[in-house]
Design a protein around this ligand. Sequence first.
Ligand SMILES: [Zn+2]
Length: 249
Amino acid sequence: MRPGSSVTILCVNCDKPFGSEGHKEAMKDLASNEYAKQLRRALFYQDSVHQFESKAHFDNCDFDGATAYVDTLLNEAEQQVLVAQAGKAKKDTVAMVAAGEKAFFSIGQALHAVQDFYAHSNYIEMTKDTVKDATDIAVIPFWTPEGNAALRKLQQNGLVSGFVFWGIPQLCPAGAQSHADLAKDSEDTKSGKVRVAHLENLSQYRLAIVAARQASSDFLRYSFKRWPLLDELNGKYVAFEVLVDRRGL
Ligand SMILES: [Zn+2]
């Protein structure tokens, strides 16, 4: 993690907005929380162990590969939740915790792709002129059938991601923009530094952050709702990085 990068603390399934009391409670929870630690570990793991796989980062126009990969990771999480549930039923805390941690790791791996979508595709460029506020840029929940359909429609309308020479497979049309030109992982990239006048002059990097943060929140709420045991094990609060420039360009 680079110095100065911020950690987003999210309260999943909370009714009230995040206040200062909540913050204290969250920090206490997180200090001893192995589950959130696995989630964060997985976010970084993807840029080292899986750096050559286009699907892990929405690179090289491998949209179908990326959504299939997210599905696979969610299935892995589900298998681990089943093991954790069996452990809980048998009062085998060790088995329950170990499986719970693995489930969070798989979810963290998927979360990486969820965030990268906004930084590595031209989705922000495609939508910025259609909204009046940065928070109006819609999240594409490609972990659901509806979201998958929305992603396919976007592909028909010109959605691309950047060409990465070290990533496999490479599915962009010839002459596609390079990852270095298109990526919005930081405010220093060609596309990341572009300011958008009608959206409070925010940079495209900031817009990608806003969308990725909302997508992360939606994705974790979805996961906790699908597997209430994760909520029970972890508690309401999770902390993680959003679009840190994890691998450089
Ligand atoms: Zn990535």
